[in-house]
Design a protein around this ligand. Structure first.
Ligand SMILES: Cc1ncc(COP(=O)(O)O)c(C=O)c1O
Length: 459
């Protein structure tokens, strides 16, 4: 059994249901764009290669922040302005950030860089994979990871994610592994942690490198070991919407001297060409210092929210609270982190007579009923925002790679769960769990919006 550390974990864990998803289909590319355009809202947008996923959800600290983390950032900026370190290539904040990350993640080397997207590519490049190498990637993941594998000179082979989730397992990876597989990229997504103990054990037996993408889960841990420190290389993001945000930025961590050396050589072009700046490091440090406190507040709000959302039987919730889920490692103690909390529109929504009437009118040939139902939910959330003036930062998940052609990747196994994830995922932004400027949570607002949709579905 896998358990979670969180103040109210047990109460929540006992109260939630377990749904299994069936079905399939595809997700229209333009769902989130349409929602944003129609509402002029700043709902979060995932799965865009252009413009970036971060574009609509900037997470800036306002000028008069009252939350302690925001205050600490403001103080750090004031100090940097006074001592002039803000204009340095390499100043005290960069030096300190490397050592704080190395210590907190228990890794020997920390390579800071310009983004999480580039960090994945850099990690892959450091492995010096042979020419015909294949890298395993889940059929549902951040789009940049597909591109990073290609840009590092390898080819992509897709495996499925676990049912009702967004992460692969050792079993799903094993099904897709081939003779040229040399490495895997595993991401923790939407609050669900990939089962790293069993994945790493399996990869070791297979002689595969593990790149662990912890961009969404800074501060999470499995069995007390931080997410991002399980793989041969771990990757983090400091992008504008992330749990620790500096507008842009990323990091790769490793214990291996050779990988660290290769990353330095690759980035060195007379200067460090993909660097994180001193000013970025200046705002990251105080956020790191407050991470655990903020993390517990978010965890509490997330568990409350997930518990309350269980009343909507047309949704499947983030499976992390299921103690007997088949993809969890036996006995593992997890502390999840929530960048965006994922949930899935359940196929039962298609049984509602209202949705039955609406879906055929909305569906075009490339859309599955499930993704159309999700679009309908997002449209309802947009209406709710317009009518109440209450901002709800929720959007669709990633598009996933199921529709990518055979010339772009190998797909040796069915990717049914990845397809469902691409069609049905909704993600709620972490600012509802802990507003970065006020420290308050606004989960009641989101529940009220879903109550109003629920009433329509029942009508
Ligand atoms: C799983 C995952 N990996 C990598 C990235 C890329 O990070 P960045 O925005 O810093 O490039 C993201 C961004 O959302 C992500 O979610």
């Amino acid at each position: 059994m896998r358990t979670f550390t969180g103040r109210r974990f047990l109460a929540v864990n006992l109260g939630l249901r377990r749904d299994k998803l069936v079905g399939g289909g595809t997700q229209p590319d333009a769902i989130v764009f349409r929602l944003i355009k129609s509402t002029n809202s700043s709902a979060p947008m995932e799965d865009t290669e252009m413009p970036s996923e971060d574009s609509p959800v900037n997470n800036p600290f306002p000028l008069s922040p009252i939350h302690p983390t925001a205050q600490a950032v403001r103080d750090a900026l004031a100090t940097a302005a006074e001592d002039g370190s803000w204009r340095q290539y390499e100043g005290p904040s960069l030096v300190k950030l490397r050592s704080v990350l190395a210590e907190s993640l228990d890794r020997k080397h920390v390579r800071l860089c310009c983004s999480g997207t580039f960090a994945v590519e850099l990690a892959l490049r450091s492995l010096k994979l042979p020419l015909n190498a294949e890298v395993l990637l889940a059929g549902y993941d951040f789009p940049g990871n597909f591109r990073a594998i290609q840009d590092a000179g390898a080819s992509v082979c897709l495996c499925d994610v676990e049912v009702n989730s967004w992460v692969p397992t050792a079993a799903s990876l094993e099904q897709a592994v081939g003779p040229n597989t040399k490495a895997i990229v595993v991401s923790h997504l939407h609050g669900a942690l990939a089962p790293m103990p069993s994945i790493c054990q399996w990869a070791k037996q297979r002689g595969l490198f593990v790149i662990e993408d912890a961009c969404q889960v800074h501060g999470a841990s499995i069995n007390g070991k931080p997410a991002g420190s399980w793989g041969d290389l771990g990757v983090f993001s400091f992008g504008g919407s992330k749990l620790i945000a500096a507008g842009r930025g990323g990091a790769v961590v490793t214990n291996d001297d050779r990988y660290a050396q290769r990353m330095t050589v690759f980035c060195e072009r007379g200067n460090d060409s993909f660097a994180l700046s001193e000013l970025q490091a200046t705002v990251i440090l105080p956020q790191l210092a407050h991470l655990q406190t903020d993390h517990l507040l978010r965890l509490d709000a997330a568990l409350d929210w997930i518990k309350s959302m269980s009343r909507f039987d047309w949704l499947s919730l983030c499976p992390l609270q299921e103690s007997d889920s088949p993809f969890q490692d036996a006995g593992a103690i997890e502390q999840p982190a929530f960048y965006k909390i994922g949930l899935l529109v359940h196929p039962s929504i298609l049984e509602s007579s209202l949705v039955q009437q609406i879906v055929p009118t909305m569906t075009n040939r490339s859309e599955s009923p499930l993704s159309t139902a999700r679009e309908w939910v997002l449209g309802k959330l947009a209406d709710y925002q317009t009518n109440t003036g209450q901002q709800i930062e929720m959007g669709a998940g990633f598009k996933g790679f199921v529709k990518r052609s055979a010339s772009r990747c190998r797909q040796p196994v069915p990717l049914d769960n990845s397809r469902i994830a691409a069609d049905a995922t909704l993600v709620l932004h972490h600012s509802h769990l802990l507003d970065p400027s006020t420290g308050a949570n606004t989960i009641d607002r989101v529940l009220a919006a879903f109550d109003s949709i629920h009433a329509e579905i029942l009508s």
